[in-house]
Write a protein of this length. Sequence first.
Length: 347
Amino acid sequence: MQRKVRNVGAIWRSMLGMLWSKAAATTLGSLVASLVIAASGGQAQPAFPTRPMTIVVPAAAGGPTDTVARLIAEPMGRTLGQQIVVENVGGAGGTIGVGRVAKAAGDGYTLLVWHIGQSTAPSLYDNLRYDVFNDFDPIGRITDVPMTVVGKKSLAAKDIAELLTWLREKQDQVTYAHAGIGSASHLCGLMLMSALNIKMHAVVYRGTGPAMNDLVGGQFDVMCDQTTGTANQINAGTIKGFAATTQARIPLLAALPTLSEAGVKGFEVSAWHALWGPKGLPKEVVEKLTAALQGALREPVVIERMAGLATVPVAQDLATPAALKAQLEAEVAKWGAVIRAAGVKAN
Ligand code: ASP
């Protein structure tokens, strides 16, 4: 009997033990689950990213925007644990590629690296099929890139003064390249023509990467493009560098006077690049992308490669959605006024 009672006690103890450990496990489990849900803003979310991602560059491969996108794609992909493929969708001053991203799913798997053109297109195109504010979610700014006036090697002009004289003399016999209406090279060319009160003959490309190949080959006369496309060629002597379009000289290309110094007073344009996604990105996806972008911009190899192209990553607090939103608003207003004053339209 005594033995029986002891056995019943043992059974009870072991049953209670099982119940306790099950309850403890359940409590721990729900605690972990609620922490995960709390961390994800109240809703359980699938991990992001679970498959490769794409950055659309709305200009040809080998050009300045392509270079910037490829510089951040690799380190961002490493941080996020997925490959990021760069897809070049050039044409129509970038509006085809940008339009593609506007219509993509807002899940973070299709992103856009573009530039100042995002702020000029609304004023240049009457029938733009996207809205730069409402069809995109900003992720962050990447870099601001100075521009340069360059020419083919065989031009007789030795410096910017001689080039300006020649441009004024030859006018529309001069061929200048740009990457389509709304591109940075287009904007810079327009500003130069309006400042000099001349008209040059445009040769249009899907990006300034292919234009640069043709400039090295001497197939047109001049171009205004980002240092991310021109610095190496100027320094290698395959093209002629004439002037910087910035307020101050560019340290890496210190021999180039600014256009302002050369008498084109107040001339200033630089191209800024940024990262967007289509509208509707979940908050935690934006946060992950922003953190990955900031990480990429801190990488010594990215900083070093940008330095070699006469640029620097933006400060970390500018590689944020809020800073890009503010930048776009300011730039749309700024270039809208310039474009309206110049009376230019794409269509
Ligand atoms: N640099 C080009 C432009 O003029 C675009 C590009 O090829 O990156 O806008």
